[in-house]
Design a protein. Structure first.
Length: 255
């Protein structure tokens, strides 16, 4: 688009947008999926270029996000370990699969994930969550959860929280534990997905830089917010944003 025609303006706007997304991610884990529609539909960049760049940018974000949550004792590393065991190979397989999938299929998958996660986040925010699942779900099941989340996240270009949080809430995990684990799962997903793109495809590092800078700076602020206000309130806000974004993607199919 003409509004982003100059490099300086493009990188400034992209960094600023990713900063806002980083705040959302740091606050409630959900938000990374918003970057893809922005780059695809506003900046007019092919989705096959956007997804690898986003995954590379999530590596830096993962470092800052885990630092911010770990220093506050908000990550259950015993559960994160088993989820990560499955997420690592799942992320690599997803990065290989994405190269063979058409843009239309990827956009349909992305729209489904955005709308589905938006509905799940909205419904979860208005329902009672007792948090008993953390004691009931066996570690073997967490490995399978990680495998599915890793594959789906890599295929769709998200960092992991978008799929993991709704899944854990469905399994009756406490909201803060779910958000903390969504930060931890970025550690295996982002690097292994990026590795797959490096080996089997290519990465636009110039695009990955503003994504990384914006996300990593925003997530630090979001982490502070998450530990001061109700994550449920912010989750409702993100749910509305996801549903709006999903509607925008669906509208593109009819243009």
């Amino acid at each position: 688009m003409d509004v982003l025609s100059t490099p300086v303006l493009f990188y400034s706007v992209t960094t600023g947008f990713c900063f806002l997304v980083g705040v959302l991610i740091g606050t409630c884990g959900i938000g990374g999926i918003l970057i893809i529609p922005f780059l695809v539909y506003v900046a007019s960049i092919d989705i096959h270029i956007v997804i690898p760049a986003c995954m590379a940018g999530f590596i830096v974000n993962a470092i800052f996000a885990n630092y911010a949550y770990a220093k506050r004792g908000s990550i259950r590393w015993d559960k994160a370990l088993f989820i990560s065991i499955g997420a690592a190979p799942g992320a690599y397989l997803g990065s290989v699969t994405v190269l063979a999938v058409s843009s239309l299929v990827l956009e349909v998958i992305m729209a489904t994930l955005v709308i589905g996660s938006g509905l799940r986040a909205f419904l979860s925010s208005s329902s009672e969550n007792r948090g008993l699942g953390i004691h009931r779900v066996p570690n073997g099941a967490l490995i399978l959860v990680g495998l599915a989340v890793g594959y789906g996240s890599s295929l769709s270009g998200t960092g992991g929280p978008l799929l993991l949080i709704p899944t854990l809430l469905l399994l009756d995990f406490p909201i803060m534990v779910a958000v903390g684990l969504s930060m931890a799962i970025q550690i295996p997903i982002a690097p292994f997905a990026t590795l797959g793109h490096v080996i089997h495809g290519t990465i636009d590092w110039a695009l990955a830089v503003p994504v990384a800078v914006g996300l990593s700076s925003g997530v630090l602020i979001g982490a502070r917010i998450a530990h001061k206000i109700s994550a449920i309130t912010m989750q409702r806000t993100v749910a509305v944003a996801l549903l709006g974004c999903g509607a925008m993607i669906v509208a593109q199919f009819f243009v």
